[in-house]
Design a protein around this ligand. Structure first.
Ligand code: GLN
Length: 504
């Protein structure tokens, strides 16, 4: 950190609240949406330079929207579930008239002509889109170091990564630069950064939330999820974004339950499965101990902890990097400089234009994945790689189907380590890929997962606990997570942030 910055505990005031506390205050006119948004914008001005969570800050529009909401409330009109609540949106989710870059140079000047389904839902519920958050380019990574624009810092220690790829969204919520955020999770990109930043992150069931307007990475794995300060806020945000959408062919017509109702039902009699493969070599001791303590607490609360096995876990990372890269190579073929996005200024004919545009526009990790994906799909290799991976994917899914006949949920670490330093894994893609060893299986199986804070490492970094359940059992996940949260105070801890002295 440079000399002009000194450490101090920023006075949090309005930011100390969660959305479920604040929305009542806004509706009762105790505070107005405009003041709340101004608070957040001021805080962004002083804290953001040290966290770098945002790619775009939607200042003018956020203030305008807040005024409209205050007017609505003043006139006694009905308002939405998130009236006046600032929400940050990962920059791979399309926002009409607001830049959406995917943290890639190739989409530097891209302004979508439409809103993603989830963004439309946020607006319908009167949320305020406060900004677009940083990510690994096209959501490919686990640290935000692959962003084409900036590296986001972990609010708990700026030398550490916030996780990824939704690192900007997680850091924004952890540093109170937004009250809530949306991310996307293809192999762990909501849960892993939530764990590393000490907040709650939900990856819903594949098909629960529409992917319409989410820039595609691995289409059979991608799902939009929530990043919030606590489990109740997760329930509210999921309530808003869940539901059927005819514009996503994988969206499911399954009714959306009331996620808050009965969230405090507890875990008495619940069977919790502990898969031995997730507590194996490579698991950091602090993470292991935090999980052991959490499981003891669940037992005290009346749950039964059962040892079990998910035997095909060891193949998950390999399968994921074939499936995800194959799908990515096909999805990213559209960035060719023809219709939108970056086009190389000088070229010699159309083939040269494609080639230069893609060479100049994409970063190294994206190029690596396109090459690996194309290879796995090429004639002669398809059967050996993509087809084989798809078959093993089924075995992994079957493991979960069998497990959920014996247990109600599975609990394991979200990430094998509490965090890693910026630069520590950047040069070794394989090491980086292993960051997602515990989160990837849920994407391959399409099941929902949540990460909640369950402790701190010796270095003071947050530790996340992951809970997994059957397809469409998000309500149960939230109940199980809340049972833990209400007995602990990890979710109430906030990082001590640094603020530039001249910006106070
Ligand atoms: N870290 C994983 C990857 O790089 C997962 C990314 C994600 O979930 N978007 O592919």
């Amino acid at each position: 950190m440079s000399k002009d910055i000194e450490s101090r505990d920023v006075s949090l005031r309005l930011f100390e609240y969660t959305a479920h506390h604040l929305s009542a205050k806004i509706l009762s006119k105790e505070i107005c949406a405009t003041d709340l948004v101004k608070h957040f914008l001021e805080r962004i001005k002083s804290v953001e330079p040290h966290i770098r969570a945002y790619i775009t800050i939607n200042e003018e529009d956020a203030l305008k929207k807040a005024t409209e909401i205050d007017k609505k409330i003043g006139n006694g009109e009905t308002t939405g579930l998130l009236a006046g609540i600032p929400v940050a949106v990962k920059d791979n989710i399309c926002t009409k008239s607001l830049s959406t870059t995917c943290a890639s140079k190739i989409l530097k000047n891209f302004i979508p002509p439409y809103d993603a389904f989830v963004v439309k839902r946020l607006k319908e519920e009167d949320a305020i889109i406060i900004g677009k958050t940083n990510l690994d380019e096209f959501a490919m990574g686990s640290s935000t170091e692959n962003s084409g624009y900036k590296i986001t810092r972990n609010p708990w220690n700026p030398e550490y990564v916030p996780g990824g790829s939704s690192g900007g969204s997680a850091a924004a919520v952890a540093a109170d630069l937004s009250m809530m955020a949306l991310g996307s999770d293809t192999g762990g990109s909501v849960r892993q950064p939530a764990a590393l930043c000490g907040i709650a992150g939900v990856k819903p069931t594949y098909g629960r939330v529409s992917r319409y307007g989410l820039v595609a990475f691995g289409s059979s794995l991608d799902q939009i999820g929530t990043l919030t300060n606590d489990v109740k806020d997760a329930a509210i945000l999921l309530q808003v974004i869940a539901g059927y959408d005819s514009r996503d062919s994988t969206s499911m017509q399954v009714s959306v339950p009331d996620y808050l109702n009965g969230i405090d039902s507890g875990v008495n009699g619940l069977r919790i499965g502990i898969p031995k493969e997730y507590f194996a070599a490579g698991l950091n001791a602090d993470v292991h101990n935090a999980l052991k303590d959490a499981l003891k607490l669940y037992e005290r609360l009346g749950a039964k902890v059962i040892d079990m096995s998910l035997p095909h876990t060891e193949y998950a990372v390999a399968v994921y990097y074939i499936v995800a890269n194959a799908e990515a190579s096909s999805n990213l073929a559209r960035y060719d400089g023809v219709r939108y996005g970056y086009r190389a200024p000088k070229s010699n004919g159309i083939i040269d234009m494609y080639s230069r545009t893609r060479s100049e526009g994409f970063g190294n990790e994206v190029k690596r994945r396109i090459m690996l994906g194309n290879y796995a799909l090429s004639a002669g290799y398809y059967d050996a790689y993509y087809l084989k991976a798809s078959k093993v994917r089924n075995l992994i899914k079957n493991d979960f189907d069998i497990a959920f006949q014996q247990v109600d949920c599975i609990i394991c670490p979200t990430s094998p380590v509490p965090g890693f330093k910026i630069g520590e894994r950047a040069k070794n893609p394989l090491e980086m890929y292993l960051s997602d060893i515990y989160t990837i299986p849920a994407n391959l199986a399409g099941i929902p997962g949540i990460s909640v804070p369950c402790g701190f490492s010796k270095e003071g970094l947050p530790i996340g606990m992951q809970i997994l359940a059957k397809h469409f059992e998000e309500k149960k996940l939230l109940q199980i997570a809340y049972a833990f949260e209400r007995e602990t105070d990890f979710h109430l801890k906030k990082p001590v942030l640094k603020v530039s002295s001249e910006q106070r």
